[in-house]
Design a protein around this ligand. Sequence first.
Ligand SMILES: [Zn+2]
Length: 433
Amino acid sequence: MLNLCRTRHNVESANKGRQLAAGGGARYIFHLSWRDAPGIISKSDPLVMKIDAIHRQPHKKRGMGVAPALSHRASAAAEAPARLLPGGFDEVNKKYTGPGDAPPGQSIVNGTFKFAYLNLNLIFWGNEWSAPSPPVPYASIVAAVQNIRSGTYLHGLAQYGFINAWVNKVFVIGGDPPNPFTNANVQGFVYGLIDNETLPEPDEETYYLRQLHVVFTPSYSAFVQPNPARPINGYHSFFAWNDYDLGDIDNSDTYYAWIQNNGTLNGIAQTFSHELVEAITDPDGSGLQVVPSNPTNWNEIGDVCQTAAVINGVNVQSYWSQADQACIIPTYIPPPPPPQVDKNTQLQIISIRKYYSSYINKHYIAFVGAIDHLGSFWALSRSEVMDLIQFNGNTFIVKGADGSQSNVVVESHFITTTADTSREDNLLSLPTF
Ligand SMILES: [Zn+2]
């Protein structure tokens, strides 16, 4: 269950079963169920969580986490040891040491409130998103978000307790934000969407699967920069949802972010990635910060790193990894290309493996073991031998104990030795492996 993030199951239902004990320390038992790629439904062992340990934190001071202006691109990379992933891919936390990337030796303030599971609501605010040719179509942003959340990028957050994130819903909402806009404008917009029940009220979320409302602004609306010397591209924070409808008195926190639109997918994706890792690890300022932490201008894992790189086709920003003591972007390492037999060389077949075909009612040679001109051993399938003969200029020979030698030839779609007087150099005389 805990490796949901690597296997990318979709949790289909979460069943908050029965309450075990009432009062301030309410405990709930529940199951998660999910469906894997072949469509098989699995169910977790019962999970018991203490409900108030996670999100009741009164008297939080309002603060913010921001994305600074977009910076330079990737350059240097020193790599940590690779981890082996299913499917033969290795993954490495690629380290970055460019300008603005914090050096080793940082300390963190590691608070308890972070997101382990997160649902993202992507909200495209403005008439531009439904216009014929916006600078960046919203669908390409959704694709970039899916890429970021499903790829390796977030894997470096496992050390901080993060498990997985999903895209919950996508909204395209006409009517333009002010230009320039303020943070209060975005907050009011999100508040209105909760109030009109477009977005869920925070107490309709499950506490272990929180929601982050991410607002993407149109390219013609710029943020009112409080400090033009340090311009802000993105922002994440929270506000308390107060709703005094009859019988429904709420006072819970709602988490949101906004991403300024510079008219390029690279810029939007980079800012989004920055805000995402920060919102996950420091949703309300009481989670994870890098020393010197700040109660209002949160100094978060994206703020101490500047280098961005295109990973898996999407431009993302590096973030601080305490385990690596570096700014990192987790990255797949493609498997090395398989070794190749040298062109136009001769190999001696020394052993065979036979398979039985019920269609031709015969055994046939499925694999051969061969020694090349360098003395290297190759286990080759029948079709590989045929390809090497036909496309790589190789010849294969069989030597008999009596000193005889014959060539291997392709006959139809089988391999065989040329007929001669000795049986010793026959393929079928060779030992099996
Ligand atoms: Zn930030």
